[in-house]
Ligand binder design. Structure first.
Ligand code: SF4
Ligand code: SF4
Length: 333
């Protein structure tokens, strides 16, 4: 468990008990939990994000440009938000696909983490006695503590708040790295209108002089100043809609074997902090035998029906059948 490193950082205050929230998070199987006081997002984070958008490095992910200033104010997600409980759940697989198979990003092996995280965070909210979940249409008595659950779904800077909550630092590969755990974790947040009795503080960045993630990127998408999504295999194989241009197809083919056909973990697999990763024990994240047994020939013969069966409730649905087949075909040209 990765809770010890945050406990010394405390501030006096009153409200919900942070130690109780963390104890319940441990009991529910989360791998890290930290608590951030909601303050203005710092200027350097805002400037870096705005620069990234301004340079067009979000490629076709237009949804990143929406919400403008709202993403810097958790109030836009939960009015009156004063506290963010940041939670992490390990998804490192016990049985990775072998090097003679096509690769999928590890997070895509099992069921969709959005569903798994949201259900577990709601369980945490219940366990600490919260009953009033905020819904934009609801009217609530003003003396209730309201909560809201977010997993990738709201205009919230997840990694920034996880860092403020002291559960890790943002590495050069732009993932959140949890000490003694690594970066193969999904993040989620419990937003509260109440204060807690103490708040965690950010921990130092431990990337040092290491650049292994940047060196491992086959398309030079990763630089010291951010990820260029238009060159990133995760973007191209998951988010990009429609056929690849000649240049995009070349980027997909320029990866060394083993080839990824959904996502890419190279900049995470290269990270020395992931040597601490241990196999996850979350039942929903376990891959099916049918998925683990797929050979390259099976993938090349994939039908729409196979796809539906293999990926029911899976994040791979995001690429759609056409996207996955496009990725496979591109690697065979
Ligand atoms: S996910 Fe792959 S392609 Fe994208 S930045 Fe990381 S190593 Fe590069
Ligand atoms: S590979 Fe090195 S530079 Fe990249 S995130 Fe990991 S520790 Fe940081």
């Amino acid at each position: 468990m990765n809770f010890d490193h945050v406990s010394p950082h405390r501030e006096a205050g009153d409200g919900l008990s942070t130690s109780f929230i963390k104890a319940e998070a441990v009991r529910l199987g989360f791998d890290a939990c930290g608590v951030a006081r909601v303050l203005k997002v710092d200027d350097s984070t805002r400037e870096a994000f705005n620069r990234w958008i301004g340079e067009g490095r979000h490629a076709g992910m237009d949804y990143m440009t929406r919400y403008s200033d709202a993403r810097y104010h958790p109030d836009s997600v939960l009015p009156g938000c004063r506290t963010i409980v940041s939670l992490a759940l390990n998804y490192y697989p016990a049985h990775p696909l072998s090097d003679d198979q096509y690769q999928f990003a590890y997070y895509a092996y099992g069921r969709d983490y959005h569903d798994v995280m949201k259900a577990r965070i709601r369980e945490l909210a219940r366990a600490i006695g919260l009953t009033a979940e905020y819904k934009e249409s609801d009217e609530r008595p003003s003396n209730s503590i309201l909560f809201r659950v977010a997993v990738d779904s709201a205009p919230l800077l997840e990694r920034y708040w996880a860092m403020q909550a002291g559960i890790g630092w943002i590495g050069r590969n732009h993932n959140l790295i949890v000490p003694h755990r690594g970066s193969f974790i999904v993040l989620g947040e419990l937003l509260l209108t109440a204060e807690v009795d103490f708040y965690d503080q950010p921990i130092p960045n431990h990337c040092g002089t290491c650049h292994r993630c940047i060196e491992a990127c086959p398309t030079c998408a990763l630089t010291d100043s951010g990820v260029d999504a238009s060159r990133c295999l995760s973007y191209l194989t998951i988010e990009h809609r429609g056929p690849f241009s000649a240049e995009q197809a070349e980027l997909v083919r320029q990866q060394p074997t083993p080839y990824y056909i959904y996502g890419c973990d190279r900049c995470q697999r290269a990270c020395p902090h992931n040597q601490f990763a241990t196999p996850n024990t979350t039942e929903e994240f376990q891959p099916s035998k049918a998925f683990l047994d797929m050979s390259k020939d099976d993938w090349r013969r994939l039908t729409r029906e196979d796809y539906q069966q293999l990926f029911r409730g899976s994040p791979v649905k995001r690429a759609k059948f056409e996207g996955l087949v496009r990725n496979i075909d591109t690697l065979q040209d």
